[in-house]
Design a protein around this ligand. Structure first.
Ligand code: AMP
Ligand code: MG
Length: 311
């Protein structure tokens, strides 16, 4: 423990979820497993609770949070759904698709959640623990990834504790995250058009083509993100003695994303391999080429940002 909280590890059962719900009601922070990565949850209707998320992560205040809800109905009470948005939600929720929609003016949400934007990012997660927690409380949960801002995302309770032990009230240990990559973020514009702001496990919209219009629409798009804290070399067929190798397919590594070249498996193991590389004694990391198709597009997006040194 290092920090002002004695972080509790809770089991992913009824009593663990009840304890987590009590902490959240009191305005605390709980890291929760989802099918994408572990999220750092706080009640989205409290400025103070949401402020704690930014503080624990060291997250810049201009980077808005995704709000998690237990149903499409609850989502519709917070944002304005066009017919297209409703169709996307009905087809993909629960699941790893975040919709950016016009926020309802009367929605009971802390202003910090949206970082002052008139839009709101919403998702209904597909994970039994997060779903049970959302049912147990009567407010939506703001939940970014449960890691220090800019660093590797967590896909296990151990990863969460590696960066947030002592900085949050509790983590629910629900085992490894199934999908392993953050949700796809899609903005539904007023004219009905769609814009993908972040690639992820689901493909429903064309990629955002306008780069850098000024305001940061989805800071997940920042050039440097998911950083392992040491140089990362991409498209490596072989590696030097001082490089921790992350393999794929026929290229075996110190950590291999998928021996059979399966992209879904590679996505689910990406952050675990990056964490292993970050922890290893080797000063550098090399990663084999990943095919740029399907979820490989999202893997390569994360790898490019992880390979870009912070400013
Ligand atoms: P994380 O919670 O770390 O997965 O990051 C959440 C992502 O959602 C960030 O890239 C945010 O910029 C993005 N996001 C949240 N709210 C909005 C919004 N209203 N408009 C656009 N992007 C958003
Ligand atoms: Mg994140």
């Amino acid at each position: 423990m290092s920090g002002k909280y004695a972080t509790e590890t809770l089991q992913a059962n009824e009593s663990g979820i009840a304890r987590a719900a009590a902490i959240l009601r009191a305005g605390g922070l709980v890291a929760v497993p989802t099918e994408t990565v572990y999220g750092l949850a706080a009640r989205a209707d409290s400025e103070e609770a949401v402020g704690r998320i930014y503080e624990a992560k060291g997250r810049p205040s201009f980077n808005p949070l995704i709000v998690h809800v237990p149903s499409v109905e609850r989502a519709e009470s917070l944002a304005l759904f066009s017919a297209k948005a409703r169709e996307l939600a009905q087809d993909n929720w629960p699941g790893p698709l975040t919709l950016v929609l016009p926020k309802r003016e009367r929605a009971s949400l802390a202003a910090r959640v949206t970082a002052g934007l008139p839009t709101l990012a919403l998702r209904m997660p597909d994970h039994p623990v997060m779903a049970a927690l959302l049912e147990a409380v009567d407010f939506p949960l703001a939940a970014p990834s449960a890691n220090r801002s800019g660093f590797i995302s967590p896909t296990s309770a151990k990863h969460v504790l590696a960066s947030l032990d002592g900085r949050i009230d509790a983590v629910i240990d629900g085992g490894p995250s199934r999908s392993g990559l953050e949700s796809t973020i899609v903005a539904v514009r007023e004219d009905g058009s769609l814009e993908q702001l972040r690639p992820g496990p689901i493909e429903v919209a064309p990629r955002n083509s306008s780069s850098g219009s000024g305001a940061i629409e989805a800071p997940g798009q920042l050039a440097s993100h998911y950083a392992p804290g040491k140089p990362l070399r991409l498209h490596a067929d072989e590696h030097a003695a001082d490089e921790f190798m992350i393999g794929f397919g026929a290229i075996t590594g110190d950590c291999t994303l998928s021996e059979t070249g399966n992209l879904e498996e590679a996505a689910s193991r990406l952050y675990a391999c990056l964490h292993a590389g970050a922890r290893s004694g080797k000063p550098r990391i090399a990663v084999a080429s990943i095919p740029d198709r399907e979820i490989g597009l999202a893997i390569n997006d994360r790898l490019r940002r992880a390979a870009t040194p912070p400013d």
